[in-house]
Design a protein around this ligand. Structure first.
Ligand code: 13P
Ligand code: SF4
Length: 312
């Protein structure tokens, strides 16, 4: 367990009050940030939370696209991020200009575009509906039956959703650089070491890993699955920050990080850019702040609202 400097935690909490701020944190954040956040959750939970936030400032401890999503649905609020460089390999894999050109070149397909929330505001603005790993099956099932679907940017989540729904989709070839590090061999090896443990994997993992899992689900659903499963121990095949939340909320069970070929667990370098010091400074300076051109923000809001309606 990390040693937390009480001074900086107290300073952050005092600043939070002074700035009338709420601190939202993703499940992959470092333990110290999860401990002081007002809400910790997955992308879907954080999106709902952002719609309900009544503070003037949202300090978003996650990656850039998550802060952008909060800003898109809260244009009047200041959304600050401890580190503006906290990106995402999935968002990088699908630049808005490339998607726009692709849609133009394939205009005869009249695509219904479903964008995984791990994408930029520019990509959201080009999409019909957004989904998260927590509601992707529901969103794809509700897509119009007479339209071709283009699913961006995660080919692994897209392939899993196709298997779950039976809906055919064209997939953008993006992937999460960290989830594709788990391999069939690395997960088989740990499963052989802990034969009684249930395997829980995120749908961003490749298929040869997903087929080894007892459950494939979003980070939030991992909490419910592990709490309600008769199993006493679990191999968690996702980013390492998830282990803190699971251990904190389900202290009587054992959680083992899924290893990659080279590491005992997987850290997303973007998620881990946020530190207590940077959170402190961003609350102090109200910087760095997420800013989005209004024309893009307004277009990006529609598919997010559609998602929130559909997944209620
Ligand atoms: P969740 O929405 O399941 O938390 O996933 C977000 C993410 O970035 C996974 O890598
Ligand atoms: Fe993006 Fe992967 Fe990091 Fe999630 S874990 S934020 S998908 S790079």
């Amino acid at each position: 367990m990390a040693v937390i400097s009480t001074d900086i935690v107290e300073d952050i909490l005092a600043l939070k009050k002074e700035r009338n701020a709420t601190i939202l944190a993703h499940n992959y954040q470092i333990a110290e940030i999860q401990e002081l956040a007002d809400f910790v959750g997955d992308s879907l939970g954080l999106s709902y939370c952002a719609t309900r936030a009544d503070a003037e400032v949202i300090a978003f401890c996650g990656v850039h696209f998550m802060g952008e999503t909060a800003k898109i649905i809260n244009p009047a609020k200041r959304v600050i991020l401890p580190d503006l460089d906290a990106g995402c390999s999935l968002a990088e894999a699908c630049p808005a200009d490339k998607l726009e050109a692709y849609l133009h070149q394939n205009a005869e397909k009249n695509y219904y575009v479903i964008a995984y929330i791990n994408c930029s505001a520019g990509v959201k603005a080009l999409s019909d509906v957004i989904c998260t790993s927590g509601n992707a099956v529901k969103i794809v099932n509700s897509a119009p039956r007479n339209r071709n679907i283009l699913f961006v940017p995660d080919q692994n989540l897209g392939a899993w959703v196709m298997q779950q729904t039976g809906r055919k989709m064209d997939l953008w070839r993006g992937s999460c650089y960290i989830h594709i590090e788990f391999t069939h061999r690395s997960i088989t090896k740990i499963r052989n070491t802990f034969p009684d443990a249930a395997v829980v994997a995120h749908p961003e993992c490749i298929e040869s890993v997903r087929i080894l899992a007892d459950e494939v689900c979003s980070t939030e659903k991992m909490i419910h699955y592990c709490a309600n499963s008769p199993a006493k121990s679990f191999i968690i095949v996702t980013e390492s920050g998830m282990l803190h939340r699971l251990r904190r909320e389900i202290p009587d069970k054992i959680f083992i990080p899924g290893p990659t070929e080279t590491c005992a667990c997987a850290d997303c370098r973007f998620m881990k850019m946020n530190t207590l010091e940077k959170l402190h400074d961003c609350l102090l300076n109200l910087q760095p702040e997420i800013e989005i051109a209004e024309a893009i923000r307004a277009r990006a809001e529609r598919p997010i609202r559609r998602m929130l309606e559909l997944s209620r």
